[in-house]
Design a protein around this ligand. Sequence first.
Ligand SMILES: Cc1cc2nc3c(=O)[nH]c(=O)nc-3n(C[C@H](O)[C@H](O)[C@H](O)COP(=O)(O)O)c2cc1C
Length: 384
Amino acid sequence: MEDKPLSTARAGQQGLVAGAWHSKDRPGRPGSAAGIMTRTRADRRDSVPGPAAPVVWNMQDLDSAHRLSVAPMLDWTDRACRGFHRRLSRRALLYTEMVTAPAVIHGDRARLLDHDAAEHPVSLQLGGSDPAELAEATRIAGDRGYAEINLNVGCPSDRVQSGCFGAVLMKTPALVAECVAAMQVASPVEVTVKCRIGVDDQDPAVVLPGFLSVLEQAGVRRVIIHARKAWLQGLSPRENREIPPLDYPLVHAMKAAFPRLRLSINGGIGSLQQLCEHLAVMDGVMVGRAAYHEPWAILGQADALWAETPPFSDPLDAARAMRGEIARHLERGGRMHQITRHMLGLFHGRPGARAWRRILSERGSSGGLPDYDAALAAVEGDAA
Ligand SMILES: Cc1cc2nc3c(=O)[nH]c(=O)nc-3n(C[C@H](O)[C@H](O)[C@H](O)COP(=O)(O)O)c2cc1C
């Protein structure tokens, strides 16, 4: 894909032009009516040829969106997943999967970076540790409408460690500061960091405040803290999300120690009730697995956090609303499974959950709308 500013027409297709966001233009599209779509640069040059200016999100709206964010999750939070999650919540901030800086620079940019305006607000997560590469990737991604560009300092996988980025960067805060400084110069889009409380034998009570202090001095405003260490040897990434103990009090203490930083907490938060307890202390809460596996319990009710009525009063209505989306996806040559694999947990803990999951799992990859309708009918039957 081209490495040059988007044409205005193209930018319009991607929702980078302010006019494309108004609810009257996109009737019924999730998110379109929310104040969150306000942007500081109201670029209304739809009919004027020329490059689109990068869009900078209104910080207050971004602060608000951060009350609940859905974590970056490789292989999970792809476009289809974000489209589904956005249906459930107009307000939550959605993260992409991690994309490495070299992939953005040398890879298929359309596949890696394109997304629908209806998904917004979306944050792009980058992986890398080379300031020049990260700056270049940020410059490339910066005019694509992302609300924020986030640097991954939390992933413990071997592949990521051998590339010397992710959680291992907790050991080199000065390098992280260099990276974010380079990224900030490359684009006006806000640069944030997602980190752990430490790695290996580091003492989190010492390392975390030191790390945050370096970030703050580098001009970072917002950090998402996964409230457990990463153990870089001997644990799989999955085990690294479960075995190192969570330390919520330490993360809460960081908010008092760094009042000017916007801090979100992440890790093991499984209900809106827990989320609200953290929000009493923190600026934001990031939820990963619970939002993915139990999307109705987390996202279906989430808009109440912004004192708004959630888009659906019942998961069945959400499932019915997704039918049109799936039909369009099939018409474009996509496979049903690409969307429905993210929807298996929609009825978690409710009547019809097993039938829904079974029908979509068994028939999703080769299935079509009749199979989707069969899954809907099974839930309707069980719920009756
Ligand atoms: C399948 C999967 C993929 C993940 N991929 C990423 C990733 O790309 N970048 C990242 O920073 N964290 C990644 N994570 C970690 C999550 O963002 C989050 O920090 C972690 O799951 C803890 O939050 P939770 O307990 O709410 O799930 C991943 C987690 C899962 C389950």
